[in-house]
Design a protein around this ligand. Structure first.
Ligand code: CTP
Ligand code: CA
Length: 227
């Protein structure tokens, strides 16, 4: 490890970051997924490494490469992501930036589904585990700080506030992903940090700047909560 990095404010801290989409197979050639470039999660991991953290980066198939200096764990499905996250614990903090598919195909086909007949295929879904909620609600070994994202449309703050309470995480970074914001797939993000006592809107800024501000806050919070 680079000496400059080893001296950062997150020196000695282990931070877990999930990033990218998950892919849920339908058959060997088809899958369902959420839209996610992995850019925001990658920027966050990079900012944490730059502050001296040891970062475990659990990532689905993203468009952007993982940052240097992290321990990369590559997965495809939500179930694999949960297993990888559990294996990576304990951690001082965890940031869940992945766009996890809410549903998987109940029984993916081992052989390619053919277009043969006139009948359209039907797909039965099963619900995926909620990784953020699972970690937030751990009775033992819960990271001191658990951060989620909430990509919403419409009543963004109301949805995200309810989501934070339901899942039990400490912070949620809420963003409005309505098509007219241009945020999905773009270089910028406009988030509101929701915690138990406030909703703090951050100005629209580059994903790297969001990552830097979040990493600074994580460092401050871990420093003050350390016993
Ligand atoms: N998340 C997760 N595991 C899931 C679903 C979501 O860890 N199975 C995490 C995401 O990484 C994100 C947060 O939970 O940090 C919120 O994801 P989101 O899709 O907004 O929440 P959901 O509870 O799935 O609600 P919605 O019905 O709005 O999709
Ligand atoms: Ca979801």
């Amino acid at each position: 490890v680079d000496a400059a990095l080893a001296d950062g404010p997150l020196k000695g801290k282990h931070v877990l970051v999930t990033s990218g989409p998950t892919h849920e197979p339908i058959d060997p050639v088809r899958y369902i997924a959420n839209r996610s470039s992995g850019a925001q999660g990658t920027a966050i991991a990079k900012a944490l490494v730059a502050r001296g953290a040891h970062v475990t980066f659990v990532t689905g198939p993203a468009d952007v490469p993982p940052p240097h200096g992290v321990d990369v764990v590559s997965i495809q499905t939500a179930q694999e992501m949960l297993t990888a996250v559990q294996a990576a614990l304990p951690a001082d903090a965890a940031v869940f930036a992945a766009a996890v598919a809410d549903w998987r195909v109940e029984s993916a086909s081992d052989s390619k589904i053919k277009k043969s007949g006139k009948k359209l295929p039907t797909i039965a879904f099963a619900e995926n585990p909620d990784i953020l909620a699972t970690v937030s609600q751990l009775k033992t070994g819960r990271p001191a700080l658990v951060v989620g994202f909430a990509a919403e449309t419409d009543d963004v703050i109301a949805h995200a506030t309810a989501k934070r309470e339901r899942k039990g995480c400490d912070w949620i970074l809420a963003n409005d992903v309505s098509p007219e914001t241009g945020i999905m797939g773009g270089a910028e993000n406009a988030v509101t940090l929701i915690s138990a006592d406030k909703a703090e809107p951050w100005p629209r800024m580059g994903k790297d700047a969001v990552a830097a501000r979040l990493a600074d806050l994580i460092a401050e919070t871990l420093a003050t909560s350390a016993k």
